[in-house]
Design a protein around this ligand. Sequence first.
Ligand SMILES: Nc1nc2c(ncn2[C@@H]2O[C@H](COP(=O)(O)OP(=O)(O)OP(=O)(O)O)[C@@H](O)[C@H]2O)c(=O)[nH]1
Ligand SMILES: [Mg+2]
Length: 338
Amino acid sequence: MAETELVCANRECRIAQGGRCVEGHDELAKCLYYGKEPEGGDQDEGDDDQEATDPFDGVLLPDALPLDSRRADRVLASLPSRMIGVIGVHDSGKTSVIAGLFDLFQLGSVAHAMFAGSSTLHGLEKICHDARVASERDEPHSERTKRGEVRFYHFDVLRDGLLQSVLIADRSGEEYEEVADLTANATAMFELRRADVITVLVDGRRLASSRDRADVMGAIPLIIQGMVENGAFARKPNLAIVLTKDDAVQASPRKDQVQRDFLAIIDGIRDAFASHFGEFGSFVTSASPKNANVVRGAGLAEMLEFWMKPGAEPQGTRLRHSSGRVFDGLMFEEAKRG
Ligand SMILES: Nc1nc2c(ncn2[C@@H]2O[C@H](COP(=O)(O)OP(=O)(O)OP(=O)(O)O)[C@@H](O)[C@H]2O)c(=O)[nH]1
Ligand SMILES: [Mg+2]
Protein backbone atom coordinates (compact mmCIF):
# COMPACT_ATOMS: atom_id res chain seq x y z
CA MET A 1 0.00 0.00 0.00
CA ALA A 2 1.35 3.45 -0.90
CA GLU A 3 2.34 5.61 2.06
CA THR A 4 0.34 8.83 2.61
CA GLU A 5 2.46 11.90 1.88
CA LEU A 6 2.86 14.17 4.91
CA VAL A 7 2.21 17.77 3.88
CA CYS A 8 2.02 20.94 5.92
CA ALA A 9 1.16 24.50 4.87
CA ASN A 10 3.75 25.83 7.32
CA ARG A 11 7.07 25.93 5.45
CA GLU A 12 9.03 25.89 8.69
CA CYS A 13 7.53 22.53 9.74
CA ARG A 14 9.76 19.46 9.25
CA ILE A 15 7.06 16.83 9.85
CA ALA A 16 7.54 15.49 6.34
CA GLN A 17 11.23 14.89 7.12
CA GLY A 18 10.36 12.79 10.16
CA GLY A 19 10.31 15.72 12.57
CA ARG A 20 7.65 16.95 14.96
CA CYS A 21 4.75 19.26 14.26
CA VAL A 22 6.30 22.73 14.62
CA GLU A 23 3.04 23.96 16.22
CA GLY A 24 3.52 21.31 18.94
CA HIS A 25 0.44 19.13 18.24
CA ASP A 26 0.74 15.44 19.03
CA GLU A 27 -2.65 14.90 17.41
CA LEU A 28 -1.94 16.18 13.91
CA ALA A 29 -5.63 16.61 13.04
CA LYS A 30 -5.69 19.51 15.50
CA CYS A 31 -3.00 21.43 13.62
CA LEU A 32 -4.40 24.17 11.37
CA TYR A 33 -1.63 23.71 8.81
CA TYR A 34 -1.18 19.94 8.65
CA GLY A 35 -2.50 18.27 5.51
CA LYS A 36 -2.59 21.50 3.49
CA GLU A 37 -0.23 22.49 0.66
CA PRO A 38 1.98 25.55 1.37
CA GLU A 39 0.78 28.77 -0.31
CA GLY A 40 2.80 30.45 -3.11
CA GLY A 41 4.49 27.54 -4.79
CA ASP A 42 7.31 29.75 -6.11
CA GLN A 43 8.60 30.64 -2.66
CA ASP A 44 12.14 29.48 -1.85
CA GLU A 45 12.46 27.78 -5.22
CA GLY A 46 15.32 25.34 -5.40
CA ASP A 47 15.16 24.38 -1.72
CA ASP A 48 13.05 21.26 -2.30
CA ASP A 49 15.76 19.10 -3.85
CA GLN A 50 18.12 20.03 -1.09
CA GLU A 51 15.57 19.26 1.61
CA ALA A 52 14.85 15.81 0.18
CA THR A 53 18.43 14.74 0.84
CA ASP A 54 19.29 17.02 3.75
CA PRO A 55 19.12 15.31 7.15
CA PHE A 56 18.99 18.76 8.88
CA ASP A 57 15.91 18.83 11.11
CA GLY A 58 16.20 22.33 12.61
CA VAL A 59 14.45 25.50 11.48
CA LEU A 60 16.07 27.06 8.41
CA LEU A 61 16.51 30.80 8.87
CA PRO A 62 16.65 33.12 5.84
CA ASP A 63 20.15 34.14 4.72
CA ALA A 64 19.28 37.84 5.30
CA LEU A 65 21.32 38.86 2.27
CA PRO A 66 20.18 41.60 -0.14
CA LEU A 67 16.96 40.76 -1.98
CA ASP A 68 16.37 40.12 -5.65
CA SER A 69 13.49 41.95 -7.39
CA ARG A 70 10.98 39.19 -6.72
CA ARG A 71 11.61 39.15 -2.98
CA ALA A 72 11.72 42.95 -2.91
CA ASP A 73 8.28 42.94 -4.50
CA ARG A 74 7.00 40.83 -1.63
CA VAL A 75 8.33 43.32 0.93
CA LEU A 76 6.68 46.15 -1.00
CA ALA A 77 3.39 44.32 -0.76
CA SER A 78 3.49 43.60 2.94
CA LEU A 79 3.76 47.08 4.49
CA PRO A 80 3.44 50.68 3.31
CA SER A 81 6.83 51.17 1.70
CA ARG A 82 9.31 53.51 0.07
CA MET A 83 11.39 52.22 -2.82
CA ILE A 84 14.59 54.17 -3.34
CA GLY A 85 16.70 53.98 -6.50
CA VAL A 86 20.28 55.15 -5.94
CA ILE A 87 21.96 56.15 -9.20
CA GLY A 88 25.55 57.12 -9.78
CA VAL A 89 28.65 56.21 -11.77
CA HIS A 90 31.04 53.62 -10.31
CA ASP A 91 32.75 54.69 -7.08
CA SER A 92 30.37 57.61 -6.52
CA GLY A 93 29.43 56.25 -3.08
CA LYS A 94 26.10 54.40 -3.60
CA THR A 95 26.83 51.41 -1.37
CA SER A 96 28.46 53.67 1.24
CA VAL A 97 25.32 55.81 1.50
CA ILE A 98 23.25 52.70 2.30
CA ALA A 99 25.86 51.43 4.79
CA GLY A 100 26.20 54.86 6.42
CA LEU A 101 22.48 55.11 6.95
CA PHE A 102 22.34 51.67 8.56
CA ASP A 103 25.22 52.64 10.86
CA LEU A 104 23.37 55.80 11.93
CA PHE A 105 20.42 53.65 13.03
CA GLN A 106 22.75 51.84 15.44
CA LEU A 107 23.09 55.13 17.34
CA GLY A 108 19.38 55.90 17.64
CA SER A 109 16.52 57.23 15.60
CA VAL A 110 17.26 59.01 12.32
CA ALA A 111 14.96 61.74 10.98
CA HIS A 112 12.34 60.72 13.60
CA ALA A 113 12.45 57.17 12.26
CA MET A 114 13.30 54.27 14.55
CA PHE A 115 14.85 51.11 13.13
CA ALA A 116 12.25 48.34 13.40
CA GLY A 117 13.83 45.32 11.72
CA SER A 118 15.34 44.17 8.45
CA SER A 119 15.23 41.07 6.27
CA THR A 120 18.72 41.91 4.93
CA LEU A 121 20.66 42.31 8.17
CA HIS A 122 23.64 40.21 7.09
CA GLY A 123 23.89 42.12 3.84
CA LEU A 124 23.80 45.45 5.68
CA GLU A 125 26.39 44.26 8.20
CA LYS A 126 28.65 43.12 5.36
CA ILE A 127 28.67 46.47 3.57
CA CYS A 128 29.23 48.32 6.85
CA HIS A 129 32.05 46.17 8.16
CA ASP A 130 34.94 47.49 6.08
CA ALA A 131 34.06 51.07 6.95
CA ARG A 132 34.19 50.42 10.70
CA VAL A 133 37.09 50.66 13.14
CA ALA A 134 36.45 46.99 14.06
CA SER A 135 37.62 45.98 10.57
CA GLU A 136 41.11 47.25 11.59
CA ARG A 137 41.59 48.85 8.20
CA ASP A 138 43.69 52.01 8.10
CA GLU A 139 40.98 53.69 6.06
CA PRO A 140 37.22 53.07 5.65
CA HIS A 141 36.68 51.00 2.55
CA SER A 142 33.79 49.75 0.43
CA GLU A 143 33.81 46.72 -1.90
CA ARG A 144 32.80 47.50 -5.46
CA THR A 145 29.30 46.24 -6.22
CA LYS A 146 29.51 43.38 -8.70
CA ARG A 147 27.82 43.63 -12.07
CA GLY A 148 24.63 41.63 -12.36
CA GLU A 149 21.09 41.97 -11.19
CA VAL A 150 20.06 44.81 -8.89
CA ARG A 151 19.89 43.91 -5.19
CA PHE A 152 17.79 45.55 -2.50
CA TYR A 153 18.61 46.38 1.09
CA HIS A 154 15.60 46.49 3.34
CA PHE A 155 14.73 47.90 6.72
CA ASP A 156 11.50 48.73 8.49
CA VAL A 157 11.12 51.96 10.39
CA LEU A 158 8.61 53.22 12.90
CA ARG A 159 7.85 56.86 12.20
CA ASP A 160 4.97 58.93 13.53
CA GLY A 161 3.38 55.72 14.80
CA LEU A 162 3.43 54.16 11.34
CA LEU A 163 5.43 51.08 10.46
CA GLN A 164 6.97 51.38 6.98
CA SER A 165 9.47 49.46 4.87
CA VAL A 166 12.33 51.15 3.07
CA LEU A 167 13.89 49.29 0.14
CA ILE A 168 17.09 50.70 -1.29
CA ALA A 169 18.37 49.46 -4.62
CA ASP A 170 22.07 48.87 -5.13
CA ARG A 171 23.56 48.15 -8.53
CA SER A 172 27.01 48.43 -10.02
CA GLY A 173 27.66 52.00 -11.21
CA GLU A 174 28.96 50.70 -14.54
CA GLU A 175 25.47 49.50 -15.44
CA TYR A 176 24.05 52.98 -14.90
CA GLU A 177 26.90 54.45 -16.99
CA GLU A 178 25.86 52.18 -19.86
CA VAL A 179 22.39 53.78 -19.84
CA ALA A 180 24.04 57.07 -20.84
CA ASP A 181 25.27 55.63 -24.14
CA LEU A 182 22.09 53.56 -24.50
CA THR A 183 23.93 50.22 -24.40
CA ALA A 184 21.76 49.26 -21.42
CA ASN A 185 18.00 49.41 -21.39
CA ALA A 186 16.79 51.41 -18.39
CA THR A 187 13.21 50.11 -18.77
CA ALA A 188 14.49 46.75 -17.57
CA MET A 189 15.70 48.41 -14.38
CA PHE A 190 12.98 47.45 -11.91
CA GLU A 191 14.29 49.84 -9.24
CA LEU A 192 13.69 52.87 -11.51
CA ARG A 193 10.19 51.85 -12.60
CA ARG A 194 9.07 51.23 -9.05
CA ALA A 195 10.98 54.02 -7.29
CA ASP A 196 9.28 56.53 -5.04
CA VAL A 197 12.51 58.48 -4.87
CA ILE A 198 15.40 58.53 -7.31
CA THR A 199 18.63 59.54 -5.63
CA VAL A 200 21.35 60.77 -7.96
CA LEU A 201 24.85 60.82 -6.49
CA VAL A 202 27.49 63.37 -7.47
CA ASP A 203 31.00 62.33 -6.38
CA GLY A 204 32.38 65.31 -4.42
CA ARG A 205 35.94 63.97 -4.40
CA ARG A 206 36.02 63.81 -8.20
CA LEU A 207 34.23 67.12 -8.57
CA ALA A 208 37.06 68.68 -6.52
CA SER A 209 39.64 67.26 -8.92
CA SER A 210 40.45 69.52 -11.88
CA ARG A 211 41.10 66.40 -13.98
CA ASP A 212 37.72 64.72 -13.29
CA ARG A 213 35.44 67.75 -12.86
CA ALA A 214 34.18 68.01 -16.46
CA ASP A 215 33.55 64.29 -16.60
CA VAL A 216 31.45 64.38 -13.39
CA MET A 217 29.42 67.35 -14.58
CA GLY A 218 28.75 65.77 -17.97
CA ALA A 219 27.97 62.20 -16.87
CA ILE A 220 24.97 62.83 -14.60
CA PRO A 221 22.64 64.55 -17.12
CA LEU A 222 23.52 61.94 -19.75
CA ILE A 223 22.54 59.08 -17.43
CA ILE A 224 19.23 60.74 -16.50
CA GLN A 225 18.60 61.54 -20.18
CA GLY A 226 19.14 57.88 -21.12
CA MET A 227 16.70 56.79 -18.41
CA VAL A 228 14.09 59.39 -19.40
CA GLU A 229 14.33 58.35 -23.06
CA ASN A 230 13.62 54.78 -21.99
CA GLY A 231 10.57 55.94 -20.04
CA ALA A 232 12.10 54.67 -16.79
CA PHE A 233 10.44 57.18 -14.49
CA ALA A 234 6.81 56.43 -15.27
CA ARG A 235 5.69 56.98 -11.65
CA LYS A 236 7.16 60.52 -11.52
CA PRO A 237 9.30 59.85 -8.46
CA ASN A 238 10.76 62.56 -6.26
CA LEU A 239 14.38 63.36 -7.06
CA ALA A 240 17.19 63.75 -4.51
CA ILE A 241 20.48 65.10 -5.83
CA VAL A 242 23.24 64.20 -3.39
CA LEU A 243 26.82 65.40 -3.17
CA THR A 244 28.88 62.57 -1.63
CA LYS A 245 32.32 62.62 0.10
CA ASP A 246 31.95 66.16 1.41
CA ASP A 247 34.93 65.52 3.74
CA ALA A 248 37.13 65.40 0.61
CA VAL A 249 35.48 68.58 -0.67
CA GLN A 250 36.03 70.43 2.61
CA ALA A 251 39.68 69.39 2.61
CA SER A 252 40.15 70.67 -0.94
CA PRO A 253 41.38 74.15 -1.91
CA ARG A 254 38.70 74.03 -4.63
CA LYS A 255 35.75 73.67 -2.23
CA ASP A 256 34.08 76.96 -3.28
CA GLN A 257 34.24 75.93 -6.92
CA VAL A 258 32.74 72.53 -6.00
CA GLN A 259 29.83 74.26 -4.30
CA ARG A 260 29.20 76.38 -7.42
CA ASP A 261 29.49 73.31 -9.65
CA PHE A 262 27.07 71.32 -7.50
CA LEU A 263 24.52 74.16 -7.70
CA ALA A 264 25.00 74.26 -11.48
CA ILE A 265 24.36 70.49 -11.69
CA ILE A 266 21.16 70.85 -9.63
CA ASP A 267 19.92 73.76 -11.79
CA GLY A 268 20.77 71.90 -15.00
CA ILE A 269 18.84 68.79 -13.93
CA ARG A 270 15.88 70.84 -12.74
CA ASP A 271 15.72 72.79 -16.02
CA ALA A 272 16.04 69.75 -18.25
CA PHE A 273 13.98 67.15 -16.40
CA ALA A 274 11.48 68.93 -14.10
CA SER A 275 8.47 67.40 -15.83
CA HIS A 276 9.70 63.84 -15.19
CA PHE A 277 9.94 64.11 -11.42
CA GLY A 278 7.83 65.17 -8.45
CA GLU A 279 9.60 67.12 -5.74
CA PHE A 280 13.33 68.01 -5.93
CA GLY A 281 15.74 67.99 -2.99
CA SER A 282 19.51 68.41 -2.69
CA PHE A 283 21.83 67.15 0.06
CA VAL A 284 25.49 67.27 1.00
CA THR A 285 26.73 64.06 2.65
CA SER A 286 29.75 62.25 4.05
CA ALA A 287 28.69 58.63 4.42
CA SER A 288 32.17 57.25 5.01
CA PRO A 289 34.64 60.11 5.58
CA LYS A 290 38.38 59.53 5.41
CA ASN A 291 39.01 62.91 7.01
CA ALA A 292 38.01 63.73 10.59
CA ASN A 293 36.83 67.20 9.48
CA VAL A 294 33.29 65.88 8.91
CA VAL A 295 31.26 63.47 11.07
CA ARG A 296 30.49 60.03 9.67
CA GLY A 297 27.01 59.99 8.21
CA ALA A 298 26.68 63.78 7.91
CA GLY A 299 23.72 64.79 5.74
CA LEU A 300 22.17 61.31 5.62
CA ALA A 301 19.38 62.07 8.13
CA GLU A 302 18.18 64.97 5.96
CA MET A 303 18.30 62.69 2.92
CA LEU A 304 16.24 60.03 4.76
CA GLU A 305 13.68 62.69 5.75
CA PHE A 306 13.24 63.45 2.04
CA TRP A 307 13.06 59.74 1.16
CA MET A 308 10.20 59.26 3.61
CA LYS A 309 8.04 62.09 2.22
CA PRO A 310 4.90 60.71 0.61
CA GLY A 311 5.21 60.74 -3.18
CA ALA A 312 2.75 62.06 -5.73
CA GLU A 313 1.41 58.66 -6.74
CA PRO A 314 0.02 56.20 -4.19
CA GLN A 315 1.49 52.68 -3.89
CA GLY A 316 -0.53 49.69 -5.04
CA THR A 317 -2.81 47.80 -2.69
CA ARG A 318 -1.03 46.04 0.15
CA LEU A 319 -1.43 42.29 0.38
CA ARG A 320 -1.41 40.58 3.76
CA HIS A 321 1.33 37.96 3.56
CA SER A 322 1.48 35.25 6.19
CA SER A 323 3.81 32.28 6.39
CA GLY A 324 1.63 30.85 9.12
CA ARG A 325 4.13 31.71 11.87
CA VAL A 326 2.98 33.27 15.12
CA PHE A 327 5.58 36.05 14.62
CA ASP A 328 3.62 37.33 11.62
CA GLY A 329 0.96 38.51 14.03
CA LEU A 330 3.35 40.63 16.10
CA MET A 331 3.50 44.38 15.70
CA PHE A 332 4.30 47.45 17.73
CA GLU A 333 1.42 48.12 20.09
CA GLU A 334 1.07 51.75 19.06
CA ALA A 335 1.90 51.21 15.37
CA LYS A 336 -0.77 51.59 12.72
CA ARG A 337 -0.42 49.36 9.70
CA GLY A 338 -1.53 51.01 6.47
N1 LIG B 1 36.36 60.42 1.48
C1 LIG B 1 35.24 59.72 1.38
N2 LIG B 1 35.22 58.56 0.68
C2 LIG B 1 34.05 57.89 0.59
C3 LIG B 1 32.85 58.35 1.20
N3 LIG B 1 31.86 57.49 0.90
C4 LIG B 1 32.41 56.52 0.15
N4 LIG B 1 33.73 56.75 -0.04
C5 LIG B 1 34.69 55.90 -0.75
O1 LIG B 1 34.40 55.90 -2.13
C6 LIG B 1 34.71 54.63 -2.71
C7 LIG B 1 33.50 54.13 -3.49
O2 LIG B 1 32.40 53.94 -2.59
P1 LIG B 1 31.21 52.91 -2.90
O3 LIG B 1 30.18 53.17 -1.91
O4 LIG B 1 31.74 51.53 -3.01
O5 LIG B 1 30.80 53.40 -4.35
P2 LIG B 1 29.72 52.75 -5.34
O6 LIG B 1 29.04 53.88 -6.01
O7 LIG B 1 28.87 51.78 -4.61
O8 LIG B 1 30.65 52.02 -6.39
P3 LIG B 1 30.27 50.79 -7.40
O9 LIG B 1 29.71 49.69 -6.53
O10 LIG B 1 31.58 50.39 -8.02
O11 LIG B 1 29.30 51.30 -8.40
C8 LIG B 1 35.12 53.72 -1.56
O12 LIG B 1 36.51 53.65 -1.50
C9 LIG B 1 34.56 54.42 -0.33
O13 LIG B 1 35.31 54.13 0.83
C10 LIG B 1 32.91 59.58 1.96
O14 LIG B 1 31.94 60.05 2.55
N5 LIG B 1 34.12 60.21 1.99
MG1 LIG C 1 28.55 49.80 -4.82
